[in-house]
Design a protein around this ligand. Structure first.
Ligand SMILES: [Fe+2]
Ligand SMILES: [Fe+2]
Length: 404
């Protein structure tokens, strides 16, 4: 097994780190890549605006998740958990104990590589791991790398490989922190990391969460979920806008509801219940047990109270899982967009898509009936509001029979 180890302060983690990680996985054929945020680097003091360790760890986890290689890329807090300075030699010893058979590779940028012989205990570092150094810009090439590579090979018998990354994002963390403090720099960050920074006011950002523009709102929403859910959320946003334009609802409200509709999906039952308490949500016994049902209610509250969304958006998110009687046009649209967005793939989705653009109520009834049938097949309880939605539609003469 080959393991890459990518340490650093990640202050903040950005697209350059992601590009380097991806290139190293490919170039070295890594089975695993560990991001290890450093506590206090031995050779430099952290700048004053450095967020506390738990924030840096959370941001690195978001960046790692954004690489979308969940079986390969992981984040480790071992250096943050350790008290005192983070020495790479100690970290490597720990990883070597954990994976005695593995071939370890330490990844680093040019500056680090050129000063490697000055680090604490370079003998141990170079005995336990090969070095993979990458250039941060096109100019960092062989003429810089070669003498150091030869020196390390001769003095420490080091295994060194160097890669110059072809389309590397050229940004330093120092410059990025300056940009962030001026309200810029989002293009250098994976959206989930940017959203995390905004939501926690890190690096001197002062985002007014109640008046975010669309890229900021998306970033915050994605910061609250796992990367694998993001395509679905993008799908719902786009489908909701299409439906709103088709049926004459407000496309901007549809868009914002789509962006936020699943923002609390990844919270556990305890956190969901805490939010329900905080926002005085009344829950029936079924809801108290099913996290799946809670996320629409808590998501609606976050949309309203954290992001300042209007009542229409609140209601549309609130009812997107169960539906109910007397639904507004926007509520119907978000319910259907969630059902038929382009990533959905289940038997009958084509019929639902067709109906959603010919007879919205019919589509809604078919969606509600499909949900009820599915719950019955799985022997799961059906929410009272879903039954009421079916009743309401049927009492208005809506049927799902073909040709009627
Ligand atoms: Fe949902
Ligand atoms: Fe959803």
């Amino acid at each position: 097994m080959k393991i890459g180890i990518y340490g650093g302060t990640f202050n903040p983690p950005h697209l350059g780190h992601m590009a380097a990680a991806r290139a190293a996985v490919a170039a070295l054929g890594l089975d695993k890549l560990l991001f290890i945020p450093a506590a206090v680097p031995p050779h430099k003091e952290l700048p004053q605006e450095t967020p506390p360790p738990e924030h840096r760890l959370a941001m690195v986890e978001k960046m790692a998740d954004a690489i979308a290689m969940p079986k390969v890329v992981e984040t480790s807090g071992i250096e943050l958990e350790r008290t005192g300075k983070s020495y790479t030699s100690e970290t490597l010893e720990r990883i070597h104990e954990q994976y005695p058979e593995a071939e370890l590779w330490l990844l680093m940028g040019t500056d680090m590589f050129l000063t490697l012989h000055l680090w604490h205990d370079p003998e141990t570092i170079l005995r336990l791991a090969g070095i993979c150094a990458f250039g941060r810009t096109q100019q960092d090439g062989e003429e810089l790398f070669a003498p150091q590579r030869e020196y390390l090979a001769e003095k420490f018998n080091a295994r060194v490989t160097t890669i110059t990354l072809p389309d590397l994002v050229d940004i330093s963390s120092t410059r990025l922190r300056d940009l962030l403090a001026r309200g810029e720099g989002r293009e250098y960050l994976p959206p989930a990391v940017y959203g995390y920074i905004l939501m926690h006011n890190l690096y001197g950002t002062h985002a007014d969460l109640k008046h975010l523009d669309l890229p900021e709102l998306r970033a915050c929403s994605y910061a609250m979920m796992k990367q694998k859910r993001v395509p679905h959320v993008i799908g719902v946003e786009e489908e909701a806008v299409r439906l709103a334009e088709f049926w004459g609802a407000d496309p901007m409200l549809a868009r914002r509801a789509g962006i936020l509709h699943d923002c609390t999906k990844y919270l556990g039952l305890e956190e969901q219940l805490a939010l329900c308490g905080q926002y005085s949500l009344e829950l029936d016994p079924l809801e108290q047990q099913m996290v799946k049902l809670l996320h629409s209610k808590t998501g609606a509250c976050i949309a309203r109270w954290v992001f300042g969304e209007p009542d229409e958006v609140y209601e549309a998110i609130y009812w997107h899982t169960t539906a109910k009687a007397d639904m507004s046009l926007l509520e119907k649209i978000i319910y259907m967009a969630d059902y038929i967005e382009p990533n959905r793939d289940f038997e009958g989705v084509e019929r639902l898509r067709e109906l959603a653009y010919t007879d919205l109520d019919k589509a809604l009834l078919l969606g509600v009936e499909t949900t009820i049938q599915e719950m019955e097949e799985r022997r799961q309880p059906i929410h009272q509001k879903t039954i009421e939605a079916r009743q309401w539609l049927r009492s208005h003469g809506v049927t799902t029979e073909e040709g009627t």
